[in-house]
Structure formats: C-alpha cells, structure tokens
Design a protein around this ligand. Structure first.
Ligand code: SF4
Ligand code: SF4
Length: 134
C-alpha cells in the first residue's frame, strides 16, 4: 500500500466529466481531496492524495491521462532551500497545511507530506529560499 499526492488538471472540455468517482469504483483506491478549484479560464485543478497498491495507482493514472486529465506529481512541489533559509518564520505563520514548522533547535523545517500546494508561501520568503516545481 502506498500513498501519492497528485495534481489533476482538467481542461475546460472535460471539467464536468465524472472521472474522479471512478478512482474508487474502478480502481479500488482511497482518496482525499486536499484542494480543488476552477480557474477563471474554466480549467479545473484538484490536488488528491490517493492510497492503494502501486499497480492500481498506475492503472488509475493511465485511465486519467486517457480521459484527457493532465497529471503532475505533487510530492516534490515545494522545496525549502535550507542553505538560504534564515529561519525568520514568516512561512510558518502563512502556511495553511502547517508544513513549515520550527524544530527544537529553532530551525525552520518543511514536511512535504503536509503541504496542500496552496502556493501562499511562494512569494513570502525574503531570501527566496522557497521554490516550486509546479
Ligand atoms: S520565510 Fe524563507 S527565510 Fe523565513 S523561515 Fe521561511 S524559508 Fe526560511
Ligand atoms: S504551498 Fe501552502 S501548504 Fe504548501 S508549504 Fe506553501 S503555504 Fe504551506
């Protein structure tokens, strides 16, 4: 059993297609919707955490791509450059997912598993220690 975070991007022509419910029905996977939005140009974006066998997850990904959904691996979406970070704590106060936190030694650390890719932290860092791969 593995857990993966995936960003699903629905182009406007398929944004109303009921593809997500089939993740449970056809592929026997558990999922949590961590974030969902429709952009001003009617593109849909959904951040899912899916849990199940690696094989079933891969089958599910193939199905989604076949239906026209773009997939982005979200696991490494946000990166904290510890060499640049000056531990000011601004990102901690902004982070919706509580992914940035203070360690016992007062260093700021980042837990990718908690990140919901809201993007709020991207422009907050005074020394540009936070980067995005998405
Ligand atoms: S805002 Fe930037 S410098 Fe400040 S703690 Fe966060 S990552 Fe480090
Ligand atoms: S993208 Fe959002 S949840 Fe993720 S680290 Fe930045 S502020 Fe926190």
């Amino acid at each position: 059993m593995v857990t993966e975070k995936l960003m699903l991007i629905f182009p406007p022509n398929i944004v109303k297609k009921p593809v997500v419910y089939r993740i449970v029905k056809d592929f026997d996977l558990e999922f949590n919707i961590l974030r969902a939005e429709i952009t001003s140009d009617l593109e849909g974006k959904m951040l899912l955490e899916i849990k199940g066998s690696k094989e079933r997850i891969n089958e599910c990904k193939s199905y989604l791509v076949k239906e026209g959904v773009e997939l982005e691996e979200a696991a490494k979406g946000i990166i904290l450059d510890k060499d640049k970070c000056v531990n000011c704590g601004i990102c901690i106060s902004l982070c919706l997912g509580k992914a940035f936190y203070l360690k016992d030694n007062y260093e700021v650390n980042f837990d990718q598993n908690k990140c919901i890719l809201c993007g709020l932290c991207l422009n907050c860092c005074p020394v540009k220690a936070i980067k995005s791969k998405i």
